[in-house]
Design a protein around this ligand. Structure first.
Ligand SMILES: Cc1ncc(COP(=O)(O)O)c(C=O)c1O
Length: 447
């Protein structure tokens, strides 16, 4: 059994997280329930800051809110003295509602609308990470109209292809993100910005991909980014103070997964950048990072109630298979369907019982929404609790109302206390945006 963060099995043979018995959490808040291990999240934030302090002399760590965002998470990130990466008006609005200081916000998006850019400028977002020539033009006009100077980072495409799922690979040349360094587009964008009235180029950005165990894409992109900084300084005289290298560090979904530690990550990246700067003969830029998954991924556990196990006989492949349904699935965790993502789970109310059965854990949506194929668990029965681990990143933030399911609640747990940070949606929430046009009213069908 894989235990992460503060997870342990207590004297009742129940899974405990943050000192809270998962069975008590399920009884109090209902299921499905996202449980976030607050101590784990805070420790990860501190680990990042400390490791980069040691290896690079400090870095601004911007938590990538796309991984998991509610107002309480923004407040926690603020308390930890981190920056925040937002990638939409909605994420920016959430940060604002949480009172997050805009001087520590970085705004992303490959196609930011005029409204999103206006909002960023009005709120005083520190850096807008620009991603196209047209966006530079539009942002310049918006900043000019607002009578402001807007600092920007330029998203670059370093042409580095990481080994991860194709949908979360972003550093390769064939990508919608960033401006290509090799073909000259990035330099053209820098010059366009330098010629603008209201934009100030502060630095460069790149993000090569997500859920990376192999750090070589970071080692490969370091000299490319540093050489490009040198080229900008030489050709234009502009000073490039900041290098934001995005996020990407992988996490443990399965017991056999062995992602690099934050310390290893910091050491590898810092060495690569410091070496590249020495070779290029330039000062090392101020470093920014945008970790998302590695801050919250392993901190999250989803608690489900189990339904009736169903045994099926498979004629083509003689034998039986047992489906174990849970009261959620695709709508609270689309990753297995999207990315073929793998998960581990614990039968939370009989955690240490012998794992005598193999199950396929399935959701309750109108497709084959298997969450986990072939997992060994204790023999399960209706009403048991299943804790699916490492669901802190890209689960709640990717949840939907498919089949008109209500999105689960989120609780933060620490030192035996559980605090609700997002209530469960209710039936009214499901119809709150719906409207029935007048002409649809008055049925002509027989009652
Ligand atoms: C620009 C940018 N920064 C940061 C991240 C966070 O990546 P991760 O969650 O892998 O750390 C992403 C993820 O897609 C991203 O696109």
């Amino acid at each position: 059994m894989m235990l992460l963060g503060t997870q342990k099995v207590n004297g009742k043979n129940h899974l405990e997280i943050g000192g809270c018995d998962v069975a008590d959490l399920a009884a109090q808040f209902g299921t499905p329930l996202y449980v976030m291990d607050e101590k784990f999240v805070r420790e990860k934030c501190r680990e990042y800051k400390k490791a980069f302090e040691l290896e690079y002399g400090g870095a601004d760590i911007a938590y990538a809110s796309k991984a998991f965002i509610v107002t309480a998470m923004c407040a926690l990130v603020d308390q930890e003295g981190m920056w925040l990466d937002v990638a939409s008006a909605g994420e920016l609005y959430t940060a604002k509602q949480a009172g997050f200081p805009m001087g520590r916000v970085v705004m992303h998006g490959n196609f930011k609308s005029g409204d999103e850019l206006e909002m960023a400028v009005d709120l005083g977002v520190k850096y807008v990470v620009v991603d196209s020539f047209q966006e530079i033009e539009l942002l310049n006009v918006i900043a000019q109209d607002a009578g402001k100077k807007q600092e920007i980072l330029l998203r670059c495409n370093p042409g580095v292809d990481p080994d991860t799922h194709r949908l979360i690979r972003t550093g390769q040349e064939d990508s919608k993100f960033g401006l290509n360094i090799k073909d000259g587009s990035a330099m053209q964008a820098v010059k366009q910005t330098l010629g603008s009235d209201a934009l100030v180029v502060k630095g460069l950005h790149c993000h090569v991909g997500s859920q990376l165990f192999d750090l070589s894409p970071f080692i490969d992109s370091a000299p490319i980014m540093i050489e490009f900084i040198k080229q900008i300084v030489t050709e234009t005289g502009a000073s490039i103070e900041v290098l934001d290298i995005g996020g990407g560090l992988g996490v443990r979904y399965l017991e056999e997964h062995n992602p690099p530690s934050v310390d290893e990550f910091a050491k590898t990246i810092s060495e690569a950048l410091i070496t590249a700067c020495a070779v290029a003969g330039i000062e090392k830029p101020r470093l920014m990072l945008e970790p998302g998954r590695s801050i919250v991924g392993e901190a999250g556990t989803t608690i489900y109630t189990v339904g009736a196990p169903k045994e099926v006989n498979i004629a083509q492949d003689p034998g039986t298979k047992t489906y174990l349904p849970v009261d959620g699935g695709l709508s609270d965790n689309p990753r297995p369907s999207l990315y073929d993502a793998k998960y581990s789970a614990i039968l939370a109310n009989r955690a240490n019982d012998a794992q005598t059965k193999t199950y396929t854990v399935c959701g309750k949506h109108c497709e084959t929404d298997n969450l986990i194929s072939n997992i060994a668990l204790p023999e399960a029965k209706t009403g048991d609790l299943l804790a699916v681990q490492t669901t802190g990143a890209y689960n709640h933030s990717m949840a939907s109302n498919y089949n008109r399911f209500t999105r689960p609640a989120v609780v933060f747990v620490m030192d035996g206390k559980a605090d609700l940070v997002a209530r469960r949606e209710n039936m009214e929430d499901l119809v709150v945006c719906d409207l029935i046009p007048k002409r649809f009213k008055g049925s002509t069908a027989p009652a």
